[in-house]
Design a protein around this ligand. Structure first.
Ligand SMILES: Nc1nc2c(ncn2[C@@H]2O[C@H](COP(=O)(O)OP(=O)(O)OP(=O)(O)O)[C@@H](O)[C@H]2O)c(=O)[nH]1
Ligand SMILES: [Mg+2]
Length: 293
């Protein structure tokens, strides 16, 4: 049996969370077209007859002076060397600028085995693929480079083969049917956050966090009650999330309910969502400590 821990790293929107979900065949980590969706180191577990791979999805590597972004960058980089392998995901749709260079030179210094994956091959032009290959050859010479479409599940088996090659012999760390180690409250808050950020545009996705007020189970009614706050920074944003006559909030609830129900099979669900504004929470270290834990 083989067992390895693998960190997935890359710039925002490279498709890290999409890849993790494709590998685990389960929505383990939320995704969105807006960058900087993932905020925590999220574990996804893959097991087959070869053994087990324990992935950590990380926040997109982003150069910025803002408090939230700096904290996300720390989360992304901190764990790299504690893993048996690093999966470096590159979105060749965007040309490699300063950010990609900064990340690649950080990765070049790691002692951990690194596998590079050029993602989104389903939409790449030949030239874009060639540019990405040249970039990797220059920055990370000699490293394995694979191409994949995380979205269409193409080239993903090859990534697993490569990872198992590097995996040390060892017993499984998680039960064979486990796919994540996230706690209930976190998973529910992330499902709600995904639906909320996919509803809004511009700066608002980054201004959202979700706080679970309580989760209660009534045996009598076989019903789980979930009460949660969608927190934004300003009253104008609150208005946008709530929407005309509550249309926005209704849409978030409708989107989130089926996914939350999967967590409580056979039980009824009541989801109560409220929106509130909390000024400048992204600079508030107490809130950041709580949500980035
Ligand atoms: N066409 C195409 N789109 C993809 C692929 N993989 C991911 N995407 C899209 O890229 C966007 C970003 O995907 P995510 O998985 O959220 O990216 P991420 O790297 O986790 O982003 P952060 O959490 O912000 O760092 C989403 O709209 C995905 O649907 C792919 O292989 N092909
Ligand atoms: Mg992500």
């Amino acid at each position: 049996m083989k067992c390895a821990t693998v960190a997935i790293i890359g710039r925002p929107s490279a498709g890290k969370s999409t890849l993790l979900n494709t590998i685990c065949e389960m929505k383990v980590s939320i995704t969105a077209s807006t960058p900087q969706t993932t905020r925590n180191a999220i574990r996804g577990i893959y097991t087959d007859e070869r053994g087990q791979l324990i992935f950590t999805d990380t926040p997109g590597f982003h150069l910025s002076e803002k408090t939230l972004n700096k904290r996300l960058q720390e989360t992304a980089l901190r764990t790299l060397e504690e893993n048996d392998a690093v999966l470096y995901l590159l979105d060749a749709k965007r040309s490699a600028g300063e950010e990609e260079k900064a990340l690649a030179s950080h990765i070049a210094k790691l002692k951990t085995p690194v596998i590079c994956v050029i993602n989104k091959t389903d939409i790449l032009k030949e030239q874009e693929l060639a540019d990405a290959q040249a970039f990797l050859e220059e920055m990370l010479p000699g490293k394995t480079v694979l191409g994949a479409s995380a979205k269409l599940d193409e080239g993903v088996d090859e990534i697993l083969i490569e990872l198992f090659k590097h995996a040390p012999e060892g017993e499984l760390l998680y039960p064979a049917d486990a796919y994540t180690d996230q706690n209930l409250e976190f998973r529910i808050s992330e499902i709600i956050r995904e639906k909320a950020i996919n509803l809004v545009t511009e700066e608002i996705p980054h201004a959202i966090y979700v706080e679970i007020a309580d989760i209660e189970y009534s045996e009598e009614n076989n019903t789980v009650w979930v009460r949660a706050f969608i927190v934004v920074e300003r009253d104008t944003q609150k208005g946008i999330v709530v929407g005309k006559r509550g249309a926005g909030i209704a849409k978030i609830r409708k989107g989130a309910e089926p996914e939350i129900r999967q967590i409580f099979p056979g039980k009824k669900l009541r989801l109560d969502l409220r929106v509130k504004a909390q000024d400048k929470w992204r600079n508030n270290s107490i809130i950041l400590d709580r949500i980035l834990r």
